[in-house]
Ligand binder design. Structure first.
Ligand code: SF4
Length: 335
């Protein structure tokens, strides 16, 4: 793998993911699938946002390293290609922290305090009233600007964060009278929100997730025991897919013709719920098979994963250092 930062004609995107450990199907359909699309069209810098995890969970040291590597294995298992994408770990890049500190000098605190999620979160949890949590959108700005990203893939709810990054870039360029930073565009991405086994948002902590690398028999057991339409108590009762937590999964995994048949059979009590779940179980197992195969290779050779991150970190560092030289020169710190 080449560690040189080769100029790329493709637009650069930067995106990070907090290290939550092994990923589930919600992560895959909500974020990773989009990364897979982007790696074919953009110059992608994808990183493990472990400092960001500390902004909200600064006391949870245990499992941090394991969570980082479990997550990266899942990225690679899903098909993220380290030959095409720069993969790295945020905390291995002190350059981000330096830019964060330098940007902090000229960023009004009011810009950070007014971010909607900030107020909501500290109202709910006073433990979050820390300097790190207030500064996290600025750290995110540093993560993006240090690579002069043209675009940042975000869901609609995060568009405000990219706006702050744009403001920070504008202000820096104006204060120091040099166009160091381009203003990145939000690349609004449509992502599927996958419900969990209980119909609520899929999350590991809620215990309602199907992991990307769950064994086939585990997937089968999890889906077979999923609750269905609460009004369909007996096999002979007619059901309504609109009331059934299984149905949103069918929407994602089952083709339209099969779904139409299942819907009709549900409404007429023509099939039982286990019959209805079977094609879903098989579709999920089919999707997972190549992931498990690729993950097995990486798990058998953990050094390879470390090496991939090592090379990606060096590649990222070359770009970050170049930007920092420009930043220091603009501020007058190049002595
Ligand atoms: S038949 Fe399918 S859609 Fe209808 S209640 Fe059972 S699992 Fe849900």
């Amino acid at each position: 793998m080449n560690t040189e930062a080769v100029p790329s004609p493709r637009a650069r995107v930067v995106s990070g993911m907090r290290p939550t450990g092994a990923l589930h199907l919600g992560h895959y359909h909500g974020a990773l699938k989009n990364w897979l699309r982007l790696q074919a069209t953009h110059d992608c810098f994808f990183f493990v946002a472990d400092w960001h995890a500390l902004t909200t969970h600064y006391e949870q040291r245990e499992d941090l390293e394991k969570n980082v590597y479990d997550m990266v294995v899942d990225w690679l298992a899903a098909g993220i290609d380290p030959e095409r994408v720069t993969l790295f770990i945020q905390s291995r890049m002190p350059e981000h922290a330096e830019l964060f500190a330098l940007l902090a000098m000229s960023t009004p605190t009011s810009w950070l305090e007014r971010i909607p999620s900030y107020k909501d979160q500290i109202d709910k949890n006073r433990e979050l009233a820390t300097y790190g949590f207030l500064g996290y959108p600025l750290l995110q700005a540093a993560d993006i600007l240090i690579y002069k990203a043209a675009q940042v893939p975000v869901g609609e709810d995060q568009a405000a964060h990219v706006e702050v990054t744009r403001e920070v870039a504008r202000r820096f360029n104006r204060v120091y009278e040099r166009p160091v930073f381009p203003e990145p565009q939000a690349l609004l991405t449509e992502t599927a929100r996958l419900p969990g086994l209980d119909g609520h948002k899929m999350s590991k902590s809620a215990g309602n997730a199907v992991a990307m690398r769950d064994a086939p028999e585990v997937v089968e057991q999890k889906i077979r025991t999923m609750p269905t339409d609460p009004q369909r108590v007996r096999r002979v009762d007619a059901g309504d897919p609109a009331r059934c937590p299984v149905w949103p999964l069918h929407r994602l995994y089952t083709d339209e013709a099969t779904r139409a048949g299942l819907e009709q059979s549900c409404r007429s009590a023509g099939i039982g719920c286990l019959d209805c779940k079977q094609p879903l179980i098989e579709a999920i197992q089919r999707e997972q098979a190549p992931w498990r195969e690729r993950a097995d290779d990486y798990l058998a050779n953990p050094k390879q994963v470390h090496w991939i991150l090592e090379l990606g970190t060096e590649r990222a560092r070359a770009v970050a250092r170049k930007t920092l030289r420009e930043v220091r020169a603009a501020i007058g710190l190049n002595y």
